[in-house]
Write a protein that binds this ligand. Structure first.
Ligand code: UDP
Length: 238
């Protein structure tokens, strides 16, 4: 258990706050109770959401570490805090999809719920003002957002994460539909997985009923949003 404690506030994002510690290699993440969707246009606060996402994300980063996927996650400190390695975030949002839904269907007109023959790897440029636009590899290379080596590594790790999580969730009667990952470079220059893995950043469908157990309940006003997050936590903590 770390002795590091929160020092100075660094940054507030849509779902988390960041603080320095006495060790410049580590920062503390605080998971907030806030929900946002559609690039921050829709907002809400639900008490207990931060605790759930911290628990779920901590559990999944720990699972990935056991399976050989390194990330910024060091440990869960308490209900809403994690100790993580300080990283410089690569400005890419990587999406892996097993089933077509959401923006993919809107963009390309493909059938919602279509099972993909192999995992689809996509990249967006991480920029809220631009609405995280979809990009191809050449954009990232030309504009210096990542090198070829970094993109190759990001793709390899993302597909490995997909294989691990898909199997893990299948066992819990949950279909891993798609998810978003972010990567960063730690203070030693290593490229590692960062951010969070939670119902905010993944789509989870109940394998039997097809019920949405993720942020789509908030995006689409399906009700009992936190109940779905609790259900995911219940299944993975059992
Ligand atoms: N996603 C995310 N943050 C974003 C955009 C997407 O975590 O800014 C996740 C989303 O929860 C889903 C996956 O990435 O699990 C694919 O989302 P999609 O591109 O379909 O976008 P959406 O339909 O959510 O706009």
């Amino acid at each position: 258990m770390t002795t590091l404690v929160k020092k100075d506030f660094i940054y507030e994002g849509k779902a988390k706050r960041l603080y320095t510690t006495d060790d410049s290699k580590y920062v503390i993440v605080e998971y907030k109770d806030s929900f946002t969707a559609f690039n921050g246009q829709k907002k809400a606060t639900m008490s207990g959401k931060g605790v759930l996402n911290n628990n779920i994300s901590s559990k999944l980063f720990t699972l990935l570490k056991e399976k050989g996927v390194d990330s910024h996650f060091v440990e869960r400190i308490d209900e809403t805090h994690q100790l993580v390695k300080r990283v410089k975030i690569v400005p890419l949002e990587v999406i892996v999809r097993n089933i077509a839904t959401g923006s993919l269907c809107k963009r390309l007109g493909v059938e919602d719920g279509l099972k993909l023959a192999w995992p689809l790897f996509e990249m967006c440029y991480k920029d809220d003002d631009l609405g995280d636009p979809f990009i191809i590899e050449d954009h990232a290379l030309l504009f210096g957002w990542a090198t070829k080596d970094e993109i190759d590594k990001i793709k390899e790790i993302s597909l490995k994460v997909n294989e691990i999580l898909k199997e893990y969730f299948a066992d819990k009667n949950v279909v891993l539909v798609d998810f978003k990952l972010e990567f960063g470079k730690d203070t030693d220059g290593n490229l590692i997985l960062a951010d969070e893995i939670s119902p905010d950043t993944c789509r989870f469908w109940d394998s039997s009923t097809g019920d949405h157990l993720d942020k789509d309940r908030f995006r689409k006003d399906l009700g009992d949003v936190l109940g779905a997050y609790r259900e995911i936590w219940k299944r993975i903590s059992a």
